[in-house]
Design a protein around this ligand. Structure first.
Ligand SMILES: Cc1cc2nc3c(=O)[nH]c(=O)nc-3n(C[C@H](O)[C@H](O)[C@H](O)COP(=O)(O)OP(=O)(O)OC[C@H]3O[C@@H](n4cnc5c(N)ncnc54)[C@H](O)[C@@H]3O)c2cc1C
Length: 262
């Protein structure tokens, strides 16, 4: 099975205190530590497991600047067979549709049975997977937490509100967005990193992708970020102390005072 996984380089929230720039245009990016988007790491692990079971290849692709090579290499150290960077000054400032358009141009040049994205990334939009599927006119399942290969179809599980589970059959080729927890991503050791350290990562710009500058990047963006800010804090939570009985009594008192119970 030919599998493509879309991966994004994002600020590592475990490693950084994220602050917003004074002009509200973005987060402060100086000295920020980056890593692969957590959801995408699960998607790559799933792709590797499927390839190891049924054969084929796993390709990872990222839209970003040259620094994104670092995460492509990491995912190759994990076990992906190929990695490609899509990078061009004209891609900067793309909105979700722009990113999906760039990814589609790459998909069109190959032949993939299965395309995986993460369920969401650092901007929390959760839009690229669905948009990519629509642009490619392929079936799509979101928030997938289980995949079983059944010939030219897949059985896919989806997590439903309230902890319920849904199983679907979906025809290949298709696009799936992957939820964390679908597997246990393998540890990437220093030996694996060294093995891919000097591999050349091919890089396609807008011309190689066959894209006009006007349809991607800030020029093609129809969603404009106006501002970015941390909302003002409310009054804060009241911490209830005492024994369990005292805490229960206090909660009942508060709920009665606020009209929640009589
Ligand atoms: C006006 C505007 C300007 C912007 N300017 C910039 C900018 O200059 N630089 C910038 O980095 N972002 C910029 N963004 C944000 C960028 O558009 C978002 O990254 C994009 O909308 C995807 O949203 P998300 O990160 O929440 O991804 P989601 O849709 O939540 O991501 C889901 C999945 O899509 C795939 N995916 C998402 N992004 C990529 C990618 N780049 N490469 C490969 N796969 C990907 C991954 O598999 C990911 O798990 C801008 C957004 C707007 C609206």
């Amino acid at each position: 099975m030919e599998i493509l996984v879309c991966v994004k380089r994002v600020p590592d929230t475990a490693e950084n205190e994220i602050a917003v720039k004074a002009d509200g245009t973005d987060i402060v990016r100086d000295d920020v530590v980056y890593s692969v988007n957590e959801w995408d790491n699960y998607a790559v692990e799933e792709a590797i497991q499927i390839r190891d079971n049924v054969g084929g290849t796993v390709t990872v692709v990222s839209v970003g600047d040259e620094e994104s090579e670092e995460i492509i290499r990491r995912e190759m150290a994990m076990g992906a067979d190929k990695g490609v960077l899509l990078s061009d000054a004209a891609f900067e400032g793309s909105d979700g549709l722009g990113v999906a358009t760039i990814l589609k141009s790459f998909v069109d040049k190959g032949k993939y049975d299965l395309i995986l994205t993460g369920a969401l990334a650092d901007d929390g939009a959760g839009q690229v997977g669905g948009m990519l599927a629509a642009l490619l006119d392929l079936p799509y399942a979101s928030v997938v937490n289980k995949i079983e290969v059944k010939g030219d179809k897949l059985l896919v599980g989806r997590e439903i509100e309230g902890g319920n589970q849904e199983m679907n059959e979906i025809s290949l080729p298709c696009v799936l967005s992957i939820q964390t927890g679908i597997n246990e991503p393998r540890y990437v050791g220093i030996r694996g990193i060294r093995k891919v350290a000097s591999l050349e990562i091919p890089c396609d710009g807008k011309d190689a992708c066959g894209l006009d500058a006007g349809v991607v990047g800030a020029a093609g963006s129809k969603v404009k970020r106006l501002t970015y800010f941390v909302p003002e804090l409310g009054e804060g939570a009241e911490m209830i102390e005492g024994s369990t009985e005292e805490q229960v009594e206090k909660v009942i008192e508060i709920l009665k005072a606020k009209g929640g119970i009589k």
